[in-house]
Design a protein around this ligand. Structure first.
Ligand SMILES: [Zn+2]
Length: 444
C-alpha cells in the first residue's frame, strides 16, 4: 500500500495544482461565483472517478454548493464512514507578502506552496490518493462523501444542510479532515475544540465630556472604570480570573512544548507565557478571555477631557466540559460586580458557541490509531484546538452515536489562512496511507 501511495504522488501533485489554480473563495464580492462552481464540479468529477455514485452538487441555505456522493459496499452489516473536506479557501490576503504566486502550486524546499494547498484542498487530494490506492476492490465499509463550499465564510450552509438532511449524511464514523498534526511526521487527531462567548460591556458615568482640569479628580471617569473592570479579568500571572469559572483544569493529551509555542506565536523579546498551567492547559483546557476592541478616543485628536462613557468587546474561549452559556452568564455577572465608583455597567450578549469533545474510546478511533502507527511508525496523540468548528457540534448533536475524528494535513508549518500557505507532500502521503489502512481495517 505504501508503494502504491508513493507511485500516486505525482498524480496527487497534478491534482492539487489544478485545484489550487481555481480561485474558490466563497465570496462573490471578491471572486466570481463560477470559480466555486468549477471547484465543486472538479471535486464531483474526481470522486466519481474513484467509485462514488450519485455524485452531485447540493445547494445549501447560504447559496454555496456541497458535493455529496456514496460508494456502498456489498459486505452485509458494514459500517458507514463519512469523508469530509471543503473546497473553498481563504482569500490570499496581502499579495505582496507571498513569495510564490498564491494560485499556482509551487515547490520550494520540499513543500508545495499555494492558497488552499493544505486548507483544505490538500485534504481533498489526501482522500483521493487513499481511494486510488485502495483501487476498485470492494471495501468493508460504506463510504459517503461531503465536500462543502463555504467553510471559510462561516455562513453555515452545511450546518443547516446536515440538520435538514440527517439521513443523507448519517454515518458510524465521520472523518472531518480539516485539521492537522502537531508537527510534520507526528500523527495526531484533534479531540477538543474550544467554544466561545462574546459580550460587549458599556460603562456610563457622566452626562457628557468634562474638562479634565476643571473636573478631573472627583469626577468619575468612564474609561478609567472600564480599565479597572477589565484588569480584574486576569491575575498577575495572566490567568483568566472570572468569578465562578474554574481555571485549574489540566490537559491530559499531548503536551505543546513551550519553545514551539513561543516560536509559533512570535513572542517579542522578553514577553513571557501567561498562566500557571502548561501551554496545553492554558490553550485547550482552561477558559481564556481576550479584549477584542475598546471604544474610546484615539490618541491623535484626543483632548483634555474626561470620558463620559466607554465600551469594550470581549471574547471568552470556553474549554470542553464547560457550558458556554453559563460561562457567558458568569462573565456578565463578573463585569457587573467589578464596576467601581457606582458607574452604570450594561453588558450585551453577542455570539455563543459550545465547545466540542470527541468520544475517543470506540472502534473507529482504535482502527485509526493502528493505521496511523503503521503509516508513521509512531503512536497517534490527542491534541486540542483553540478555535471552534461549529460543524462538529452539529454532527455530534445530529449523530450522537457517531465517532467524529478530526485530522488532516494542516500542521503548523502549513500557515493556513496566512500568506505563503503550503503543504508537506509527505504528510499527504502518510495520511493517505493511514486513511487507506483505516478504511480497510475499521470494523465496529
Ligand atoms: Zn479549513
Amino acid at each position: 500500500m505504501r508503494d502504491r501511495i508513493e507511485a500516486l504522488m505525482g498524480r496527487a501533485r497534478d491534482d492539487l495544482a489544478e485545484l489550487v489554480a481555481i480561485r474558490s473563495v466563497a465570496d462573490p464580492r471578491q471572486y466570481p461565483a463560477e470559480e466555486c462552481l468549477r471547484a465543486a464540479n472538479w471535486v464531483a468529477d474526481r470522486f466519481a472517478g474513484v467509485g462514488f455514485t450519485g455524485v452531485g452538487l447540493h445547494e445549501t441555505s447560504d447559496g454555496s454548493n456541497a458535493v455529496f456522493g456514496v460508494r456502498p459496499t456489498a459486505v452485509p452489516g458494514a459500517p458507514t464512514v463519512l469523508l469530509y473536506a471543503h473546497y473553498d479557501v481563504q482569500p490570499p490576503l496581502d499579495a505582496a507578502a507571498w513569495r510564490t504566486p498564491p494560485w499556482e502550486l509551487t515547490e520550494s524546499g520540499g513543500r508545495w506552496y499555494g492558497r488552499g494547498a493544505a486548507d483544505c484542498k490538500g485534504n481533498i487530494v489526501m482522500h483521493l490518493t487513499a481511494l486510488r490506492a485502495l483501487g476498485d476492490a470492494d471495501l468493508p465499509v460504506n463510504l459517503k462523501l461531503i465536500v462543502e463550499g463555504s467553510e471559510e465564510q462561516g455562513t453555515g450552509g452545511l450546518e443547516d444542510f446536515v440538520v435538514r438532511n440527517p439521513g443523507l449524511l448519517e454515518a458510524d464514523a465521520i472523518l472531518v479532515c480539516d485539521t492537522g498534526n502537531a508537527a510534520v511526521g507526528a500523527p495526531a487527531t484533534t479531540v477538543t475544540l474550544r467554544g466561545l462567548a462574546n459580550v460587549v460591556v458599556t460603562v456610563e458615568a457622566l452626562r457628557g465630556e468634562l474638562h479634565s482640569g476643571m473636573f478631573g479628580g472627583p469626577a468619575p471617569d468612564a474609561l478609567a472604570a472600564l480599565v479597572h473592570i477589565l484588569a480584574t479579568l486576569r491575575d498577575s500571572d495572566g490567568n483568566t480570573t472570572i468569578a465562578g469559572l474554574d481555571n485549574s483544569q489540566r490537559w491530559t493529551g499531548a503536551p505543546y512544548p513551550p519553545e514551539q509555542f513561543r516560536a509559533d506565536a512570535g513572542l517579542v523579546g522578553g514577553a513571557g507565557l501567561l498562566g500557571d498551567g502548561t501551554v496545553s492547559d492554558m490553550l485547550w483546557a482552561r477558559p481564556a478571555v481576550t479584549v477584542l476592541g475598546i471604544d474610546c478616543p484615539p490618541v491623535v485628536g484626543s483632548a483634555a477631557a474626561i470620558q463620559p462613557h466607554a465600551r469594550a468587546r470581549l471574547n471568552l474561549r470556553v474549554p470542553a466540559g464547560m457550558d458556554a452559556a453559563k460561562a457567558q452568564d458568569a462573565l456578565i455577572a463578573h463585569l457587573q460586580s467589578a464596576a467601581p465608583w457606582g458607574v452604570r455597567v450594561t453588558v450585551e450578549k453577542e455570539s455563543l458557541g459550545q465547545p466540542f469533545e470527541a468520544r475517543t474510546g470506540g472502534p473507529a478511533y482504535r482502527a485509526l490509531g493502528a493505521a496511523m502507527r503503521e503509516a508513521y511508525g509512531r503512536d497517534m496523540v490527542a491534541l486540542g484546538q483553540g478555535g471552534s468548528i461549529p460543524l462538529c457540534n452539529v454532527f455530534a448533536e445530529t449523530y450522537p452515536r457517531a465517532e467524529i475524528i478530526l485530522m488532516g494535513v494542516e500542521e503548523p508549518l502549513a500557515l493556513i489562512h496566512a500568506p505563503n500557505e503550503s503543504v508537506d507532500p509527505g504528510e499527504i502521503a502518510r495520511l493517505a496511507l493511514a486513511e487507506a489502512l483505516f478504511l480497510r481495517g475499521y470494523q465496529p
